[in-house]
Design a protein around this ligand. Structure first.
Ligand code: NAD
Length: 527
């Protein structure tokens, strides 16, 4: 029996071994024979548990099992598959406390940031739970000859979907793309990030409790270069979330193998504050847009363009509000910002900040590590006057560091916002009319008006993803499920063969068809 609430110490043995038992590593025995991956708790830097260091053989076994199970699963009524997701919605909400404890232990994030994952996952479960059978329903399309040709669009599951996910949102990024893949009738082979396997494993445990057949999901823990690579080499469609650098490497494998590939990658997300914005009113939402999950969020804001009419009001208020954020370790809901995930992340942030300071940027808030709170805490940090040569100007930090820049016009703000290699998310703050006019000119996969990222992220009936180097394909919405299917065109030529009755010679057929084509277009009979 496991306690209902965890402490900042290790994950209880009973729970850790129950979660390890869900992996293929356990089934093959490699969990006992192979090396261990020690998992560090980000609040303290101490080891909180271990999982197996998976091998290519583990992945082979995962695919062998998944391919057998998928054949049965594909025949299950989509409505029934959806019902499992609806049951998962309830089980997740019921077990949210334990879920958030594990997420926080592994990532060091704040309680409300962990809760964000629970909400997003529950919303996604409800959406695909209710929509799967509607999205997958056969659709009648216009045939070449009205009445004579009946043509239907069907969607077949692709087979076994491979999923590689990151550490920053270990619940929602492990489950929210997996749910539509499974609901579409596929099996899944998934590798959670090596920093946060327990969050993903606990979430899948709840999914199994909701009725998901055990063999349909094969989980392998282990290093990206071994396990992730092997998944990419065997799956029928790859769903990857992570850095642009890894995304490109995996894209090469997907290209060589001619399989479908969805990639949700990095960003350098801009925010625009309009010349008529109410600075006091927008400030709390601006802060969350920048510092939620300590800025380790693909869609979080890293650069803010403020119209000159609001700049002098905005900067001191933003700097003060940033300094006032309450940092700390633990499960307390009042803490506003937690830790970074680990040593490599804090070193990236320190390098970016030091480089900006050395090159002449002005620090207006933060700029220091906080070892007094925990080994990986870093203050939320705001710069102004960042020179073009600073790495911070165009490079993704993926941490709590933001810069503010004054612009003379909304046009200049749009030009600067779009001047990036990325295109994941943008935000515009200001009265709706002004902000909407600006939003329409931004080239990113999501644009949030008077919100940083959450409004678009949580609106799961609408797609999201990245333009340019921020990604390939989309998640969410009907597309987020259909991408895991092969569409099939089934056409029944009724009454007459498409070449007309047998007595019609080719020349006569051509004459009749030409008349019909002309008439079809003129009278708009044909689509
Ligand atoms: P990463 O690319 O290093 O790792 C992500 C996953 O890929 C991990 O599971 C890792 O083990 C695996 N991996 C690493 N190298 C691999 C390889 N050669 N072959 C196969 N798998 C491999 O990313 P990260 O640094 O851990 O995550 C942060 C990045 O992810 C940031 O750039 C962030 O913007 C991005 N991200 C994007 C989204 C999105 O939805 N667009 C969401 C979260 C994070």
């Amino acid at each position: 029996m496991t306690k209902k609430t965890l402490s900042l110490g290790p994950i209880p043995d009973a729970l850790a071994s129950e979660l390890r038992a869900l992996t293929v590593n356990a089934a093959t025995g490699s969990v006992d024979n192979g090396d261990r991956l020690e998992i560090e708790g980000s609040f303290t830097g101490e080891t909180i548990g271990w999982v197996g260091r998976g091998t290519e053989e583990d992945v082979d076994e995962a695919f062998r099992r998944a391919r057998i199970a998928q054949k049965r699963w594909a025949k299950v009524d989509p409505k029934k598959r959806g019902k499992i997701l609806l049951a998962f919605h309830d089980i997740l909400l019921k077990n949210q406390k334990m879920m958030m404890d594990i997420i926080q232990l592994e990532t060091g994030k704040s309680r409300d940031s962990a809760y964000e994952e629970v909400i997003h996952c529950a919303i996604t479960a409800r959406y695909y739970g209710n929509q799967t059978h509607k999205i997958l329903k056969d659709k009648h399309r216009a045939g070449v000859m009205p009445v004579f040709t009946k043509t239907t669009e069907r969607h077949l599951p692709k087979g076994v979907i491979g999923q590689i996910s990151p550490w920053n949102y270990p619940l929602t990024l492990a489950l929210s793309d997996a749910m539509p893949a499974l609901a579409a009738g596929n099996a899944l082979v998934a590798k959670p990030d090596s920093s946060t396997p327990f969050s993903a494993l606990y979430a899948f445990k709840l999914l199994f409790e909701a009725g998901m057949p055990r063999d349909i999901v094969q989980l392998v823990t282990g290093p990206g270069r071994v396990v992730g690579n092997s998944i990419a080499e065997q799956c029928d469609h790859l769903m990857f979330t992570g850095s642009t650098e890894t995304g490109k490497k995996l894209g090469e494998i997907a290209g060589r193998r001619l399989i479908g590939y969805s990639a949700e990658l990095g960003g350098k997300n801009p925010m625009i504050v309009t010349g008529d914005a109410d600075v006091d009113k927008i400030m709390p939402t601006v802060l969350t847009g920048c510092f939620s999950n300590s800025g380790q969020l693909c869609v979080s804001i890293e650069r803010i363009y403020v119209h000159k009419d609001r700049y002098d009001d905005f900067v001191p208020k933003f700097a003060q509000a940033t300094k006032d954020l309450k940092l700390g370790a633990g499960f307390d809901w009042n803490i506003q910002m937690g830790s970074l995930i680990g040593a490599s992340q804090i070193s990236t942030v320190e390098k970016m900040v030091d480089d900006a300071v050395d090159k002449g940027a002005t620090l207006v808030a933060g700029g220091k590590a906080r070892p007094d709170l925990g080994p990986y805490f870093y203050e939320p940090t705001v710069f102004t006057d960042v020179p073009d040569e600073a790495d911070l100007k165009r490079g993704e930090v993926f941490g709590p560091v933001v810069y503010v820049e004054k612009v003379d016009s909304h046009d200049e703000a749009v030009e600067k916002a779009n001047d990036t290699d990325y295109g994941l998310n943008s935000a515009v703050f200001g009265p709706s009319k002004t902000a909407t006019g600006i939003a329409e000119q931004l080239f990113s996969g999501t644009v949030n008006i008077n919100d940083g990222y959450a409004a678009a992220f949580a609106s799961v009936d609408n797609e999201m993803g990245g333009t340019r180097e921020s990604g390939q394909g989309r998640r969410q919405g009907a597309y987020g499920l259909l991408k895991y299917t092969e569409s099939q065109n089934v056409t029944d030529e009724r009454v007459l063969p498409i070449r007309g009755p047998e007595f019609l010679k080719p020349r006569a057929y051509a004459a009749v068809m030409t008349v019909l084509l002309r008439a079809g277009k003129t009278f708009k009979i044909l689509k």
